[in-house]
Write a protein that binds this ligand. Structure first.
Ligand SMILES: [Zn+2]
Length: 385
């Protein structure tokens, strides 16, 4: 089969043996595979990622000098069923799969380890237990977005955001846009999106952002016009002393205070901030600029060492959460949200290339901002997105 091999920072179309399914596995004929930001990073800085993954306990991540087939965001049609794989996976059925397979005595990350070749290829291996038939004739371009949309669903669930909260999304690349799509579908009333690129701000509006901000011009933290947020410690001190001056005139004031506290009326209104950039300095920037008691969900993955001053976060009572990946249930639920039309991710898919166009697509994604997600269609001859 034809596949795109990545080795020492070079992508080339090569001929590889097609995979054979073991017990409980499927071979899929790849129909679409998304190019992920982590693929771009892995192409040139695999060893950096390898060190990180080694530290979190996965030693078999790809390395710079070992050829690997990338691609973990895929939809394919069942081409072959291994022994024991359920009959629901009939030949030709469109399927999306959680990108992990059993191989070489362990479980490996599809498209990010030499032990589990990915879907920048005509065929890819998947576990039937981690695979889901695409329902409702969902468009294959959209089905291929299941994986990145699952990353965003996980982030939004971990944020515990409510409809009345203000959401502030920093960075409108594919991850930020995916987060906005889910926030919109949840019915979050105020979604602020911030990005330096006008193209990406426009995409953010199409995904459902209510307010878009160029951070070079305006602050995303004040753009919602929310008057009950506090940004200065001085205001917080005033709130504390001012409220107590009033409260202490009331007999049983502590009881009243406790009730107000329970319903969230005793503290300033805090936004939920989604960090979707993942470059050094961004966490520090958010901690410095975000209102008191903001909940900050770090979705962007910053590879290198980064610095921020914890005391500033302490001083503002900032709630900082780091998120990664998704559960098999979140993956399945994302597929159904897309197929039932409850989440509209159509603005994300902005271009398609064949296997011969992957190297060019990487260049385009690395330099321009005209694209969010470029999909690979192994049956296409397109060499440019
Ligand atoms: Zn990805």
């Amino acid at each position: 089969m034809k596949a795109v091999s990545c080795e020492r920072g070079t992508l080339s179309v090569v001929d590889l043996p097609s995979p054979a399914p073991s017990r409980g596995q499927l071979v899929l004929e790849v129909r679409r595979c998304g190019i992920c930001g982590s693929d771009l990073h892995a192409k040139d800085h695999a060893d950096e990622l390898t060190d990180v993954m080694d530290e979190v306990g996965y030693p078999d991540f790809m390395r710079q000098d070992t050829p690997v087939v990338l691609g973990h965001e895929f939809v394919g049609e069942v081409a072959e069923r291994g022994p024991g794989a359920p009959k629901e996976f009939r030949a030709g059925a469109p399927v999306v799969s959680f990108p992990m397979v059993r191989a070489a005595g362990g479980v490996h990350m599809t498209g990010l380890s030499p032990l589990a070749p990915g879907a920048y290829a005509e065929h890819v291996l998947a576990e039937a237990s981690m695979s889901f038939v695409v329902p409702n004739g969902l468009d294959l371009d959209i089905a291929a977005l299941t994986e990145p949309m699952a990353v965003a669903l996980h982030a939004v669930r971990r944020s515990q955001i409510g409809k009345r909260d203000v959401a502030i999304v920093i960075g409108c690349g594919p991850v930020g846009l995916a987060v906005i799509c889910h926030l919109r579908s949840l019915g979050v009333q105020t979604i602020v999106a911030s990005d330096f690129s006008a193209t990406r701000r426009e995409m953010a509006s199409r995904c459902g952002a209510d307010v878009v901000v160029d951070p070079a011009v305006d602050s995303p933290y004040t753009a919602a016009g929310e008057s009950r947020t506090i940004t200065e410690a001085q205001q917080l001190f005033e709130l504390a002393v001012g409220s107590m001056e009033k409260l202490r005139r009331v007999p049983g004031w502590s009881h009243l205070y406790r009730i107000a506290d329970k319903v969230g009326a005793a503290s300033p209104k805090r936004p939920v901030v989604f960090e979707c950039v993942g470059v050094p300095g961004i966490i520090d920037g958010i901690v410095r600029a975000a209102p008191v008691q903001s909940r900050v969900v770090v979705v962007g993955v910053c590879m290198g060492t980064d610095h921020f001053r914890p005391a500033v976060a302490n001083g503002k009572d900032i709630d900082l959460r780091f998120v990664f990946g998704y559960t098999p249930l979140e993956f399945r639920d994302t597929l159904h949200l897309l197929a039932d039309g409850k989440v509209d991710a159509s603005a994300l898919a902005t271009g398609t290339v064949g296997l011969g166009g992957v190297a060019r697509a990487f260049e385009v994604l690395g330099t321009a901002e005209a694209h969010a997600k470029i999909l690979i269609d192994p049956q296409s001859d397109a060499v440019s997105p």
